[in-house]
Design a protein around this ligand. Structure first.
Ligand SMILES: Nc1ncnc2c1ncn2[C@@H]1O[C@H](COP(=O)(O)OP(=O)(O)OP(=O)(O)O)[C@@H](O)[C@H]1O
Ligand SMILES: [Mg+2]
Length: 248
């Protein structure tokens, strides 16, 4: 088991946002998180990377563990953070750096990889996401879909154990979504372990090993895509699914 999340609880301003989240994920598997706006998907994802700090619960990733009810050492925080890399809805690229510079930033500045080696690796990754012709472009010169593929390349370049995606295609024009989902599907086929917040149900059906439906800070149900989409147990899940399927 690569990821083990136990009883995550998180409040903002006295309001309980995560109400005891539990799930596990094996290495090489893909987990998709769905649920209504405000249900706690982003907070759950950010907790895995310690961008949010829950008040309760235990997080184990690849042999490292944080118990949020206890003081956490800086060393543990660093160790846990290194395990995952996040792809954001709005790409979060450095606007004044080129595509190549964006991708080598983490490896060179944070991981202290030799620049030559980082450049070599970044070129390979950018080729795989179809951006070899754009190494020296700046983010504003790229389409949203291309920018998001840089975002993915940047996460992959860190060689994390776990890739986290927060609605990676929801800011994109519909015709640009496919290229990004294709890259994500390829990563899944290569064996990356991934946690993906997305409402792209076709992608979830094809790629996810497990789907979680989050509602008001609780996992209302979880299962394979077939179980959850084909035979949802709860009325809330059924309502939610029919709402997003009719949104087109
Ligand atoms: N930094 C914060 N301060 C206060 N409240 C917050 C903060 N971050 C999130 N929340 C609240 O926590 C709840 C869950 O937010 P979260 O972003 O996790 O939901 P979500 O499921 O990702 O929603 P969406 O689909 O809209 O992205 C929301 O009610 C939100 O307003
Ligand atoms: Mg969100």
């Amino acid at each position: 088991m690569l990821l083990n999340v136990k009883n995550l609880q998180k409040s903002f301003g006295g309001r309980r946002i995560l109400n005891g989240i539990d799930f596990t994920l094996d290495e090489g598997k893909v987990l998709v998180l769905i649920g209504p706006s405000g249900s706690g998907k982003t907070t759950t994802l950010r907790s895995l990377n310690l961008l949010e700090r829950p008040e309760q619960g235990v997080l184990q990733i690849d042999g490292d563990e944080v118990d949020f009810s206890k003081p956490v050492s800086k060393k543990t925080i660093r160790a846990i953070r290194r395990k995952s890399a996040m792809v954001f809805q709005n790409y979060n690229l450095f606007p004044h750096k080129t595509v190549l510079e964006n991708v080598i930033e983490g490896p060179v500045m944070v991981q202290k990889t030799a620049k030559e080696k980082a450049v070599d690796n970044a070129r390979k990754i950018l080729e795989r996401v179809g951006l070899s012709d754009f190494l020296d472009s700046y983010p504003h010169q790229l389409s949203g879909g291309q920018q998001q593929r840089v975002g993915i390349a940047r996460a992959v370049a860190l060689k994390p154990r776990l890739l986290l995606f927060d609605e990676p295609t929801s800011a994109l024009d519909p015709e640009l979504v496919g290229d990004v989902l294709k890259v994500m599907k390829d990563l899944a086929l290569e064996g990356w372990t991934m946690v993906v917040v997305t409402h792209e149900l076709k992608f979830a059906e094809e790629v996810a090993d497990k789907v979680l439906f989050l509602d008001q800070g609780t996992i209302l149900e979880q299962g394979t895509p077939d179980e959850l989409f084909g035979h949802p147990k709860h009325e809330r899940t059924r309502q939610f699914l029919s709402r997003i399927m009719n949104k087109v």
